[in-house]
Design a protein around this ligand. Sequence first.
Ligand SMILES: *Cc1c(COP(=O)(O)O)cnc(C)c1O
Length: 371
Amino acid sequence: MIPYLDLKSLHLEMKADLEKAISRVLTSGWYIQGEACEAFEKEWAAYCGVAYSVGCGNGLDALRLVLEAWKIQGRVEVGDHVLVPSNTYIATWLAVTQAGLVPVPVEPDEVSCLVTAEQFQKALTPRTKILLPVYLYGRISDMEDIMELARQKQLLVLSDAAQAHGASRKNKKAGAWAHAEAFSFYPGKNLGALGDGGAVCSDDPDLIRLVKILGNYGSEKKYHNLYQGLNSRLDELQAAILRVKLPFLDAWNQERSRLASLYLTGISNPLITLPLKAEAGVSVWHIFQVQSLYRDELQAYLQGRGISTVIHYPIPPFLQPAYQQEFSGKKFPLSEKIHAQTLSLPLYPGLSDSDVAEIIHALNDFIPKEK
Ligand SMILES: *Cc1c(COP(=O)(O)O)cnc(C)c1O
């Protein structure tokens, strides 16, 4: 069986270094907000080319903490609108609604599956205060134009960069484009911990300070609480593990990109639509998704040929029971089409060329029964 993702092999290759890092934390006697976290925050900011980064518990909290901080700064108020992609992982939306803000879904570009500056512009409402682009599948959005739109309309931009560690556009990395950008270090991400983790990147020192305070019960000084904060911190073990893995990120992303090119040149079945090609670095191929009208049959067929795939994501946020009340009867046909047709192929550093060849072969052989 070719797995969709194999994290175990990757981690076993670096087992000695990971164990050394874990052991150092273990014997340090300090497990939350210590040296490892501080060092990782500096290294992550330097890697992204941004002034500051602050660790937190996960990607959802990274998004939420920025929104909470902007509320405290008086830059947004409860009830203000945030433009979000209609097709994204639900975390993007949850951060918005948890902060008491209103998600306004925007349909993406049909080819890239990303929301463009033009689509954001068309969707603006009188209460729009924030644009929230998502670098879906690992591809950076058209951030020059999105930031220019934000400048003209005096809007804030928060990017969901949870799938795009190391992606870059015009030599500027994910993390460095928007007023704030949120990362997740969930194990399966391009840079993943051995558990949950997240970070916020920004050039704004006041925002970073507030995010740090809000993630620590709203306190800067122990047992003195300035705000009703959350408990959302990057623990020392995860930070130490991320520090071991970060130096490999670029090489892993290059390998992902090489594997993606093999798919892009090898898959020739007209019933399978390939994702948009990317200039070097613009996508780090967190997900290689193809689309097909026969998606479910294709997935079962691949499974039968020993190939695991995943659907990112089967149900868009507005059709989830969680958002039934707010969005029942609303229509976002493009998002629905993507969710109905998308299928993610195996792609990870360590996937062999012969496995990729086998997957391409199977895809090119596929003929649906129901056609
Ligand atoms: C993974 C992911 C998140 C959430 O990250 P967690 O660390 O799991 O909370 C948010 N947005 C997108 C697009 C993601 O892929």
